[in-house]
Design a protein around this ligand. Structure first.
Ligand code: UD1
Ligand code: CA
Length: 482
């Protein structure tokens, strides 16, 4: 009974990522091109890893170290146990799979191998599961995932016999005119029994249009051995389409953004125009948050519930607490915003910014490695860098922390309740003690004691009648000239 072998059967996965990708017309290999915030290969690897395979492998070759780096960043390879094998020469997809034999040798007989082309960034974990399920249910030795498309050019076509049973795959370059009219294509996703797959792949040859060892040749070989082969026809073509050129890259990126927007709307987020909103796959957004057009939410960003994200806001790798308002045109990176914070419009929060509850940061304020305590305000035109700012501090318009002396970055400390008058410069390292005031227009170079008033501007002098005297003088000069 085919179904009964299922439960204990370990599933392994292998990603083919050694190819070059000529049709991108690029100095970089295809799989490193970015869509929806990550290299193409990373989307594929994420889907594969979410199945928690017993062993996860990737075959690398062209620009191997860059591809390995793309799969290793943020601890991805370490976290998923991803193992790399190198295909020195790219002699075809069958040859690529053969390079990985050693990493799967420890899996006991009866294991399955999912093989995934690296250029299908839209593939979902659920689709891979459906492929494995079909393979198990039918008791096949090898199964290919197929789908029907309007324009099949470039793909391997699926050949079936008169009864509709799957026979083999013919590559576009090797197909006859009649075969090229077939619209059912090989999506480049396979499931095969580990016990036979490598032995069968060793029998593939290069006698074809591309002079390569073709992975799909596995099927006629197994069939010739009297084994069962299957084609699992997947209804959603969009999910399994390969990306081969830049137009397909853009289209796939768009689909990934729309997909995340749909998921978030389903979970209770309002997205004013999902066609013009760019939320990357791993971004989390709480319910009743409203997101306006052209927002870019990127990387590991987490937005709380009941927030407002204005138009053209960019948030990267940041956390935003519940009920926080980010008005139009703000740029925020690697920052932490607590609940009830109000930002912008036009605020720039650079890495290391921490804003506690109730903070207000207004237009044309830039922060970097700066913490603002509860209810502190910097509402207009300021630069706050390397600053530790306490609770209830008021920072006037035009305040600048002069944090860089040409060699080192120095800290500015503003204790609780401090008031900094407009157009002040705080020349770091410097500290303003609790409750102290700095008069507008001051250049503060020395620490200010708690509850003191610091003033450093020049004394004002009023010269009475000066304007009238000047006018009379210049009138006299002009008469002389006439
Ligand atoms: C392949 C299939 C084709 C299928 C299509 C789906 C073969 C022979 N053909 O064609 O039937 O319709 O995918 O998108 O498999 N790779 C290596 N090493 C190599 C060659 C390729 O690792 O030596 C990797 C590539 O990086 C890529 C994947 O294998 O991720 C597929 O290679 P690609 O050249 O894109 O195959 P297609 O011609 O699209
Ligand atoms: Ca391809």
């Amino acid at each position: 009974m085919p179904g009964s072998r299922a439960a204990s059967q370990p599933v392994c996965a292998l990603i083919l990522a050694a190819g070059r990708g000529k049709r991108m017309k690029s100095g970089r290999v295809k799989l490193l091109h970015q869509l929806a915030g990550a290299p193409m290969i990373r989307h594929v690897a994420r889907a594969a890893a979410s199945l928690s395979p017993s062993i996860l492998g990737a075959v690398v070759g062209s620009q191997a170290s860059e591809v390995e780096a793309a799969l290793s960043s943020d601890g991805f390879a370490a976290r998923t146990g991803l193992r790399f094998v190198v295909q020195e020469q790219q002699l075809g997809t069958a040859h690529a799979v053969l390079q990985s034999e050693s990493i799967f040798s420890e899996v006991k007989r009866g294991g399955l191998l999912l093989i995934i082309n690296g250029d299908v960034p839209l593939v979902r974990a659920s689709t891979l599961r459906a492929l494995v399920k079909h393979h198990r249910r039918t008791g096949a030795t090898a199964t290919v995932l197929t789908t029907v498309v309007d324009d099949p050019s470039g793909y391997g076509r699926v050949l079936r016999d008169a009864d509709g049973a799957f026979v083999s795959i013919v590559e576009h370059g090797d197909a006859t005119a009649a075969q090229r009219r077939i619209t059912e294509i090989n999506a480049g996703l396979y499931c095969a029994d580990l016990s036979v797959v490598f032995e069968a792949l060793r029998r593939t040859s290069r006698g074809n249009a591309q002079g390569e060892y073709y992975l799909p040749d596995l099927f006629p070989i197994l069939r010739g051995q009297g084994r069962r082969i299957e084609a699992y026809s997947h209804p959603q073509a969009e999910e399994v389409l390969g990306v081969n050129d830049r137009a397909e890259l853009a289209r796939a990126g768009k689909i990934l953004y729309i997909r995340r927007a749909m998921e978030l709307m389903e979970s209770g987020v309002t997205i004013v125009d999902p066609d013009c909103t760019y939320i990357e796959p791993e971004v989390v957004v709480g319910r009743d948050t409203v997101i306006h057009p052209m927002a870019h939410l990127q990387g590991r960003t987490r937005i709380g519930s009941g927030c407002l994200i204005g138009a053209s806001v960019h948030v990267t790798d940041s956390t935003v607490g519940d009920g926080t308002v980010i008005r139009d045109m703000c740029v925020i990176a690697e920052s932490r915003l607590a609940k009830g914070v109000v930002i912008g419009p036009f605020a720039h929060l650079r890495p290391g910014t921490v804003l506690l509850e109730g903070v207000h940061v207004g237009n044309f304020v830039e922060t970097k490695k700066t913490k603002l305590g509860r209810k502190s305000k910097a509402n207009h035109l300021a630069y706050l860098g390397d600053a530790e700012i306490g609770h209830g501090v008021n920072i006037g318009a035009g305040t600048i922390t002069c944090n860089y002396d040409g060699v080192n970055k120095n800290p500015t400390i503003l204790e609780d309740g401090v008031f900094i008058g407009s157009d002040s410069q705080l020349v770091a390292p410097v500290k303003v003690g609790k409750g102290a005031y700095v008069g507008a227009g001051s250049t503060i170079t020395k620490d200010v004691p708690a509850y003191a008033l610091a003033l450093s501007r020049a004394q004002q002098r009023n010269i009475e009648g000066w304007v009238k005297r000047r006018s009379a003088k210049s009138a006299g000069k002009n008469r002389g000239k006439a």
